[in-house]
Design a protein around this ligand. Structure first.
Ligand SMILES: [Zn+2]
Length: 397
């Protein structure tokens, strides 16, 4: 191994890290975590249901949560193997009621006929034995996972049906990322409106014949949602179609088992007529969840591990830990004010400003907090208690 866990400023990525969080705190939702730093006190509380954390950065992230009034968070990078999931769990001991994990899929062996059953069994183990809270599917499904014959595994391939079905049986949601922004399917030229981002991360481009069209990918995902009405799907990044508000609203009307998060898509959502956006939030106030896609991970460099913060996308200069508070504040400004010309949280995702939507307090509370409780956190906590009680009953003579 030989990696020293040295979480400090990296010469190539100068992010600093707090060595210790104040206290490992396991507040119930009714108690606002204490803010120990110079961060301004925030009145609201919210849960961020889409983050990416490393086992090495949990203490740092708890501090981030305290500083930004984040009650609970979902770590979408819980691990694709049992070993990695155990490591994740170990790192969150003591904060299990604040940081919840979704498991990832190990795509090796996808050609085997019982792949779906095996993946379903892994999900069952992660949920019932390890206390995981859901399943996260990355955009690799549809754009990267290949079969032996070289073709891409289709999102609605029947071999995955046992996995979707098992999630429904267990009562955990499937968080699914499908395709990507419209601009990533268009040629990388100076005219591409996401040119700045694509020129830093050209591998994010899915332009050309090697990839299915964006529409085909979204349609395949929707067929899966339709085929599994007993399973709740959280279509990430505003159903990966924030460019088309009417389409997303239409899908939400069509599929009662569909919910969406807003992670890393305020630039697109806030680009539409604010009255139209507000209407969608009003109609689907029980099915839209606050999330950012913040990543607080590590980067190995010359035998050491350094903190790596990513705020929704790539950037020319890596963000620092101090940039996180303004990042969350920009999200709040969008939801809570109706100001025009707001700077959106991830400037590289398009050089335009956005219009706030000034959600009423009741809807804010649902999007920020209650919907996450209803769909993810409360069922997960209830399941842990049930499993614990069942375990005790089994060992009682
Ligand atoms: Zn993500």
């Amino acid at each position: 191994m030989g990696l020293l866990l040295l979480l400090q400023a990296c010469p190539t990525n100068p992010a600093s890290i707090q060595k210790k969080t104040s206290e490992k705190n396991s507040d119930s939702l009714s108690k606002l975590p204490k803010t120990q730093s110079s961060a301004p006190r925030i009145k609201r509380r919210w849960s961020d249901v889409h983050t990416h954390l490393s086992p090495y950065t949990i203490e740092t992230f708890v501090k981030v949560m305290d500083d930004n009034a984040i009650a609970r968070a979902v770590n979408m990078s819980g691990g694709a193997t049992s070993e990695r999931r155990s490591q994740t769990l170990q790192a969150t001991q003591g904060v299990e009621d604040r940081i919840f994990h979704f498991m990832n899929v190990d795509w090796r062996g996808v050609d085997e006929t019982d792949f779906g059953e095996k993946a379903a069994a892994q999900l069952r183990e992660a949920v019932m034995e390890q206390g995981f809270s859901g399943l996260k599917i990355s955009k690799a499904l549809g754009l990267g996972v290949k079969l032996k014959d070289g073709s891409l595994l289709k999102i609605d391939d029947r071999r995955l049906d046992p996995l979707w079905k098992e999630a429904g049986k267990l009562g955990v949601i499937v968080a699914i990322h499908t395709s990507d922004p419209k601009a990533f399917f268009e040629e990388i030229t100076k005219d591409n409106e996401r040119y700045a981002e694509l020129s830093i991360a050209p591998s994010w481009s899915f332009y050309g014949d090697a990839f299915p069209s964006r529409e085909a990918l979204l349609n395949a995902r929707n067929r899966v949602i339709e085929r599994h009405p007993q399973t709740t799907f959280m279509a990430l990044h505003f159903a990966n179609n924030p460019e088309d508000l009417d389409a997303v609203a239409g899908w939400l009307r069509t599929y009662p088992n569909l919910i969406v998060d807003v992670a890393a898509r305020l630039a697109e959502i806030g680009r539409h007529d604010p009255a139209a956006v507000k209407k969608v939030f009003e109609e689907f106030q029980d099915r839209i969840l606050f999330a950012t896609d913040i990543q607080v991970g590590v980067q190995p460099y010359q035998g050491n591990l350094y903190l790596r913060v990513t705020l929704g996308s790539v950037s020319k200069t890596p963000p620092k830990i101090e940039d996180i508070i303004p990042f969350y504040q920009k999200h709040a400004a969008f939801f809570e004010t109706d100001k025009a010309d707001l700077v959106h949280p991830i400037p590289i995702q398009g050089e335009w400003n956005i219009h706030g939507i000034g959600l009423g307090e009741k809807i804010q509370e649902k999007v920020y907090l209650q919907n996450g409780e209803k769909y993810i956190f409360a069922p997960s906590l209830a399941r842990r208690i049930a499993v614990h009680v069942a375990g005790k009953a089994n060992t009682t003579p």
